[in-house]
Ligand binder design. Sequence first.
Ligand code: NAI
Ligand code: MG
Length: 377
Amino acid sequence: MTDERSARRLHRVAVIPGDGIGVETTEAALAVLTAATGRWGFELELERFPWGCDHYVAKGRMMPADALDRLDRFEAIMLGAIGRSDVPDAVSIWELIMPIRRRFDQFVNVRPIRRIGGVRSPLADRLAAAVDLVVVRENTEGEYSDIGGVLRQPSDDEVCLQVAGFSRTGCERVARYAFRLATERRGRVVSATKSNGLPHSMPFWDAAVRAVAAEFPAVELRSVHVDALAAAFVLEPAEFDVVVASNLFGDILSEIGAAVVGGIGLGSSANLDPTGRHPSMFEPIHGSAPDIAGRGVANPIGQIWSVAMMLRHLGEVDAADAVMASVEAVLRSGEALTPDLGGSARTAEVTAAVVERLALKGAAAAPVEMVAAGGRG
Ligand code: NAI
Ligand code: MG
């Protein structure tokens, strides 16, 4: 093509910084994204949405009524974190994150867990050094359900029901994603079960996973009870390749995994609709961390890592590799580590170090188009 601009690829990304440190880590991730833009032949149009608990307190809703329709027009969504102490978590999560994951059928939650040198693990080095696993978590059903209620309330005799729902399609499609991923990795899948304690849902899950396993004869499958698996994540984390788990089990296992490789601030995740019909969403695994919010010391690496996952998802593989290489170089050098990693660097210093490494890699940068959405929230 003769026109250089038309040869560039344009991606539209919605940005929801959210609450607490989500705002801070989103700023950091956007700085890295901005530094990558233009250098690898793509441009971004970012639109910011001021949705979350502040919006709830001001307007009585976490996001506007047409929020999902607006988000559907984007290729991807970047999310910081949601949660504020004066808003019930059941409201903040169920009126923002869950509707996005479900409406956009983001049925896979991919959470990579990899030890990067330079970061201290709470485990002996011998155990932690070779950790490189991916938790593939079911993301739209299972134990995370809003079906239920409390009977005979209020009384001494009240009864609470929280109904989990597992569909055959839901179990099989996430298992299939995990097996496909394993064929590109070391060919091993471990499935988290608890068929002894949950005698309906987990045998159902196990049967669906086994049925999918039959489609992938080259991939080895092991089913392990989730309690034993939790211990194994600590005792022999390097043994795992791909771990497929239901919504709740995957959430818990991935946080143990993140802790093992250095801390929750390093954890990244992709909420994927692998069919590509809807936007996928990229977020760190941590929450809004009210205990450190506003102090400028949040670890931005989890969210920057999720930006690398987003770039890969958008097809910008070279830029994704460059972001990850920059993150790894900064961590390995130990030059800028936040307090949760045993250092004393601030969020902005870590971000600047990653941006500086990235700047060494690309050619000329192009501006990012930023459309403010504040007035329309
Ligand atoms: P949390 O992940 O916010 O914090 C747990 C601990 O890890 C805290 O001590 C915090 O300071 C630390 N931490 C987390 N991220 C960090 C980072 N990037 N750098 C340094 N330290 C970090 O989980 P918590 O305390 O259970 O929940 C706080 C709020 O966040 C609640 O309202 C909860 O509902 C919400 N939440 C939101 C999520 C989301 O938006 N996807 C996920 C998990 C929790
Ligand atoms: Mg979690």
